[in-house]
Write a protein that binds this ligand. Structure first.
Ligand SMILES: [Zn+2]
Length: 201
């Protein structure tokens, strides 16, 4: 069993934004390439540590990361270039980004929230409208029916409408934030986060 060094770059941003983006990146890597302990990609690194270092170019940053990152540990992020003017910088931009993150959290936690609500209900059993199965409330683990997989199990019509509404808002807010960030692209052409990790393989 060996290890391989994996690195990637992210647009210059504040640390909070970097952490969110890195976590999304890890999730998609795990979906595409597996999440076992020797998967050999950055998706299995134990979170992200930001080192207070600024390099002049990407190669110097990669050298540093190769020497300082460790197998079975977190990925490390360092800066390349000048981050003085990067997104989000104004209060408005920060607020709009926060709105986007809140919408994303609502979407990410949707199933969990439905399950929590179902479990807190007084009735001992929950019936599935589609297949007629009765499930003990305290054993509900998914938001769809464990027997027939119907999503009309603990999710109501109102919930569905709400979900559509939230996803629509998320799309719009994403576009808005993307446009705001666009302004910073030129000025940050050479500035970026470089993130590296040694990954067991
Ligand atoms: Zn069912």
């Amino acid at each position: 069993m060996g290890a391989c060094f994996d690195y990637t770059t992210f647009a210059a941003s504040d640390e909070k934004t970097l952490k969110e983006r890195f976590s999304d990146h890890q999730e998609s890597l795990r979906i595409d390439n597996g999440s076992h302990a020797y998967a050999g990609h950055m998706g299995i690194a134990q979170g992200l540590t930001i080192h207070n270092k600024v390099f002049q170019n990407e190669n110097e940053a990669i050298d540093y990361l190769e020497q300082n990152a460790q197998k079975w540990s977190s990925a490390i992020a360092v800066k390349v270039g000048d981050f003085k003017k990067c997104f989000p910088s104004t209060q408005t931009e920060k607020n709009e980004l926060e709105k986007l993150n809140t919408l994303k959290a609502t979407i990410d936690n949707w199933g969990k929230e439905l399950i929590a609500r179902a479990k807190s209900a007084k009735s001992e059993f929950r019936g599935c409208k589609k297949c007629g199965s009765k499930i003990a409330t305290k054993f509900i683990k998914e938001h769809y029916c464990p027997v027939c997989s119907s999503h009309e199990f603990i999710e109501t019509e109102t919930d569905k409408k709400k979900y559509l509404n939230v996803t629509q808002k998320y799309k719009e807010q994403s576009a808005k934030v993307k446009k705001m960030e666009e302004k910073y692209k030129d000025i940050n052409k050479k500035n970026k986060w470089v993130v590296g990790a040694w990954c067991a393989s």
